[in-house]
Design a binder for this molecule. Structure first.
Ligand SMILES: [Zn+2]
Length: 115
């Protein structure tokens, strides 16, 4: 399962981010930013996170997922829009030269550690 690898990576980064002077740290909230193009199934990721979090500072953490829209910009006319379907074509001038502005994010935006 692709999400298992993603969950493992997220968990490693989150745990590495805990300041070393904290004894028995516990992460309460983990805020993630996941682009709609990142090909991550949210409920699978949550399921994998729960398995990986067991016996780590992440156990019991609330995982908050901020889904990022896919935004594109046309290099020909500068038009920007939110891509809803698979078609990557500028709706303003129908030119094919389109660059992706967002939608591939897969990152931790912040985490909250219990005092
Ligand atoms: Zn255009």
């Amino acid at each position: 399962m692709h999400e298992m690898g993603v969950a493992q990576q997220i968990a490693n980064i989150a745990i590495d981010a805990i300041p070393s002077e904290i004894e028995n740290p516990k992460i309460e909230v983990l805020n993630l930013r996941i682009g709609k193009l990142a090909a991550v199934v949210e409920h699978s990721l949550r399921f994998c996170m729960e398995i990986i979090a067991k016996d780590t500072p992440l156990e019991g953490a609330r995982v908050v997922i901020d889904e990022v829209d896919v935004r594109a910009r046309c290099k020909s006319c500068g038009h920007e829009w939110v891509v809803e379907g698979p078609a990557f074509r500028c709706p303003a001038c129908t030119d094919g030269t389109v660059e992706l502005l967002s939608g591939r994010e897969l990152e931790i935006s912040s985490l909250e550690i219990a005092d």
